[in-house]
Design a protein around this ligand. Structure first.
Ligand SMILES: [Fe+2]
Length: 303
């Protein structure tokens, strides 16, 4: 049995090191080696933060109260923890690790909290609007291919965006359910096409703990104008990404760090309609960065 003696040896910068070792030692019978590995890191790093910042009882209570309020804020249409993950850059970091990139493949970005499940399937060229909006029309066209540029037939292209009032349908009781959302299938040449309106920049929901944290950090809550895409097909890794409008004033300070230069689009007028042509490249499901990460872990354990 490990005996625990409180130590506060500030000369070595170590406060109570036995406690951290004891917490980690007691995980040795954990069923999942991966969960144990992650929890060891969580305990080591959180203990290190508490030691380094010399967290007081009051500060720790504030942190617990913050997380409690974040949990209470969550509902079927509001996910405060995704917002927190997004504004702290964690979502983009996980994506950087777990997304297969490379030549011929599109870059990914955050899913965000407003994906509402697969929507009605529309025919090529149809509009995703369920009511009229006072906004400029936008025609989106493109192809879905593999990394070699070969068309992927019957890929599912799911799209969603905000209305001009800066709200998604799930945030706004006045919008019809499914407004500015839709699903399309690529044709034999891998092409898709739909009508929408020009997206607008919007603030992420900032009336809860995530908004309070942004304000405390001296940051604004805005995201540059974008359209969300989720593209999937059997045998390929699902691509979750956005396309951002060039010229938006928030491109350099997206509240969730989601902008990548390859995802910025510049509509051009074709037959008097703003038109964007953008091709998406999907990774073969065997090209998994997950497998690469596991291989690195395996090699590290063998050292
Ligand atoms: Fe969005």
């Amino acid at each position: 049995m490990t005996s625990i003696i409180a130590v506060n040896d500030s000369s070595r910068g170590e406060i109570f090191p036995e406690l951290t070792r004891d917490v980690i030692d007691r995980m040795k019978d954990a069923e999942s080696p991966r969960l144990r590995e992650i929890l060891e890191l969580v305990v080591s790093h959180v203990h290190a933060i508490v030691r380094e910042a010399k967290i007081t009882h009051d500060e720790w209570w504030q942190a617990i109260d913050f997380l409690t309020r974040a949990g209470k804020m969550c509902s079927d249409s509001r996910q405060e923890f995704i917002l927190l993950s997004d504004i702290l850059g964690i979502s983009m970091l996980v994506d950087a690790i777990d997304h297969a990139g490379g030549p011929g493949l599109s870059e990914s970005t955050v899913l965000g909290p407003f994906y509402a499940g697969q929507q009605r399937e529309l025919a090529a060229g149809e509009s995703i609007l369920l009511r009229e909006e006072e906004s400029e029309p936008l025609e989106m066209r493109g192809r879905v291919t593999d990394s070699q540029g070969r068309p992927i037939v019957n890929a599912l292209v799911e799209v969603w965006q905000t209305a001009p009032n800066q709200l998604y349908d799930v945030q706004d009781e006045d919008q019809p359910d499914g407004h500015l959302r839709g699903s399309f299938r690529t044709d034999g040449a891998g092409t898709f096409r739909f009508r929408t309106i020009m997206p607008v920049s919007y603030p992420i929901p900032n009336d809860g703990p995530a908004g309070q944290l942004l304000a405390a950090m001296g940051r604004h809550p805005f995201r540059p104008a974008h359209i969300h895409f989720m593209i999937s097909a059997p045998g390929y890794r699902t691509l979750v990404t956005h396309l951002f409008l060039d010229g938006d004033k928030y491109l350099g300070s997206d509240a969730v760090f989601g902008v990548k230069p390859s995802l910025i689009i510049r509509p051009r007028l074709i037959e008097d309609i703003n038109t964007v042509e953008y091709d998406f490249g999907l990774a073969d499901e065997r090209e998994s960065t997950r497998a690469q990460v596991e291989e690195i872990h395996r090699q590290r354990r063998e050292l």
